[in-house]
Design a protein around this ligand. Structure first.
Ligand code: ADP
Ligand code: MG
Length: 632
């Protein structure tokens, strides 16, 4: 709590200290001197007013507007009641402690806001655009797609783009939590919100500011507090009927027993008035109302510092209860960067085959396509293509120089009726064929490509099992042979291969039908429908992929599968804290309420039941900001 306090918090702290001193002085003076009761009342009223005038003011204004039953109203009634019952020190102290609780709350909320604000710090203020060879500083949203911007060392990259001139290293820590800078050079993509560190670079923008990664992330974080968890909704509803109920109960407690026990005895009236006040002080629901959203806020903030964006408290709640994790293979468990192992042409040269394949793939963003394009050494003339169609889960169909070519897996070859054959080599086989007519295609050969498993995939699978995840399943559109090989290396017993995107949805629905609480993890390419269908859709490698950010509930900024285990751990920890706070607050309050009604609990215990519980709950909630470590 050593963070700098805001001016308002400092003012509050000064008032609390002043009121505490005055209260001590009042206690000494009234004890030493034997003063008439009304002088004592005045002496205790001073610290009361110093610490609580704003509470009284707000409660009064709310009352005029017909809003009873908020916590300030409760405090006002309880303390005025205690003064009425002649318990001046208690009345004054309750107000003081209430304000201590308020101060704590304001510091805690401010702190978790700040951790999200750090993320907000990725918002660029301006962009330097080159127009008519003159540099001009403009607001990022005035820059068009395809314009050239200059980014100097130390500046945030304002829009997504591709480096056209210069080289530098870029700090992506604000987005991914990864502290090692990434080197970029000509033709590398850069992402908005990251910081240019060393060199001047000129960047050709590939999206507008509104469509840029930075805007999407900010929007996502800003909206996350609107999606409430079930517990939060419960607490809100609970507080709504709970407070009036307590007020009515307190009123009955103050009136009925004296009427029965001795309507003419001031002592009896006083006793029951005090008990009613104790009731009111304990009943304040602020520990719940404050600490539950604060825990979620802390959890979401803590996760975002690790590059894990959770789009709302409701997803946090679901994520904590996940028992099945389903992975997409390509780009998720594997790197999605294929190396070309071999080229087996049929009646044409190797160079011709790879040229056709790369040209077909030049418009596709699929990892297979990009790998083939990368493997092609020469220049690809995109204007030779007059028509191109991507067939999800199968491949592409493209018209080059007037000829229709097919480039994809066995299913695509069957669709175009090419006389293809499989390959004895292990790997993903991309077949190429040229259409002759609707009933046949000429088989041109195939390219064998291989993907590498990500470094932490195997570890992630074993950690998930350690975390008690019952089933870990891999789904892929790739061949069974490849899937089996990858599954074996990862220690996965459950996998399904040769699935089209729709088949993946079917598989997920089947698992859901068996009662699984399921998280699906994909890279957002070809798997948006599955991401939406799962209880929790987790998209990884969001640096740049729009589809992923939009259709997922949880977004991992980098492409390490271990983030999933981390996200589950963070969610579980947050939910545990929320539950602890709810049970602790309700239990303590229930006990003190009962004790108060029968006259065992006094005002001091009531103060603990309110402010003490609030402060403990806040400290507990703050723990949610610190992310738990993964098991080894
Ligand atoms: P995964 O389930 O492994 O993420 P996809 O569903 O995206 O894979 O694709 C399944 C298979 O379809 C790939 O293994 C590949 O054989 C083929 N395929 C998909 N898109 C393309 C493409 N653009 N070019 C060639 N083949 C493709
Ligand atoms: Mg995929």
């Amino acid at each position: 709590m050593k963070n700098k306090l805001t001016r308002k918090q400092k003012k509050m702290l000064r008032r609390i200290i002043a009121a505490a001193c005055l209260l001590i002085i009042a206690a000494i003076v009234t004890r030493v001197l034997d003063l008439p009761w009304w002088v004592n009342l005045l002496i205790y009223a001073v610290p009361y007013i110093v610490s609580g005038y704003d509470v009284l003011k707000t409660a009064f204004i709310n009352m005029i507007h017909g809003q009873f039953f908020d916590e300030k109203f409760l405090m006002m009634v309880a303390t005025v009641g205690a003064f009425g019952a002649g318990e001046y020190p208690e009345a004054s102290a309750v107000m003081l402690f209430y304000q201590v609780g308020e101060l704590f709350q304001s510091i805690a909320v401010g702190r978790s806001r700040k951790s999200i604000a750090n993320l907000m710090d990725i918002r660029p203020d301006s962009a330097t655009v080159i127009r008519d060879s003159i540099e001009k500083e403009v607001s990022p949203d005035e820059v068009q797609v395809g314009e050239l911007i200059v980014v100097r060392p130390g500046e945030k990259i304002p829009l997504d783009g591709v480096v056209e001139e210069g080289a530098s290293s870029v700090n992506t820590a604000a987005l991914t939590g990864e502290s090692a800078p990434v080197d970029v050079a000509v033709s590398d993509s850069v992402i908005s919100g990251t910081v240019n560190l060393t060199g001047v670079i000129k960047v050709r923008t590939t999206s507008t500011f509104g469509q840029s990664t930075v805007s999407k992330i900010l929007e996502l974080v800003e909206n996350s507090s609107e999606k409430k968890a079930k517990v939060e909704n419960f607490i809100t509803k609970f507080a709504k009927w709970y407070t009036p109920c307590v007020v009515i109960a307190a009123l009955l407690l103050a009136i009925i027993p004296p009427v029965i026990l001795g309507i003419n005895s001031w002592d009896i009236w006083k006793t029951w008035l005090m008990r009613a006040c104790v009731f009111l002080v304990v009943s304040c629901p602020c520990a719940l109302v404050v600490s539950v959203p604060l825990s979620f806020f802390g959890g979401i903030g803590g996760a975002s510092r690790e590059g894990i964006l959770i789009k709302g408290a409701n997803y946090m709640e679901t994520l904590a209860g996940i028992d099945t994790v389903v992975f997409d293979k390509t780009g998720t468990l594997t790197k999605g960067v294929f190396a070309v192992d071999d080229i087996h042409p049929n009646n044409i040269t190797q160079a011709q085959l790879i040229d056709i394949a790369a040209t077909c793939e030049s418009f596709s963003s699929h990892p297979v396509a990009q790998s083939i394009v990368r493997a092609h050494e020469g220049h690809i003339e995109k204007d030779r293509i007059s028509d191109v169609k991507e067939i999800a889960g199968k491949g592409v169909e493209a018209v080059i120089d007037g000829n229709t070519y097919f480039c994809g897996n066995g299913q695509l070859m069957e669709a175009c009726k090419a006389d293809y054959h499989d390959c004895h080599l292990t790997g993903t086989i991309i077949h190429i064929a040229r259409k002759i007519n609707d009933d046949s295609s000429e088989y041109l050969g195939h390219i064998i490509i291989n993907d590498e498993i990500k470094e932490d995939s195997q570890k992630t699978v074993s950690i998930l099992k350690k975390l008690g995840i019952k089933r870990v399943v891999m789904l892929t559109g790739d061949k069974d042979k490849v899937a089996k090989n990858v599954a074996g290396k990862l220690g996965l017993t459950e996998y399904h291969a040769e699935l089209l995107p729709a088949d993946k949805v079917d598989q997920v629905e089947k698992l859901l039908g068996e009662g699984a609480k399921l998280a699906f993890t994909g890279d957002g390419i070809n798997d948006a429908p599955v991401l939406m269908r799962a209880d929790i859709g987790i998209a990884m490698g969001a640096m740049g992929s729009d589809a992923a950010i939009e259709s997922a509930d949880v977004v991992l900024m980098d492409d390490k599968p271990a983030g999933i285990a981390k996200a589950i751990l963070i969610a579980r920890k947050t939910m545990r804290i929320v539950k602890e706070n709810v049970f602790f607050a309700l239990a303590v309050k229930a006990v003190i309420l009962i004790l108060g009604a029968v006259g065992i609990a006094n005002m001091w215990l009531a103060v603990f039941g309110d402010v003490g519980v609030l402060i403990i709950a806040i400290f507990n909630a703050i723990r949610a900001m610190r992310s738990p470590a993964l098991p080894a």
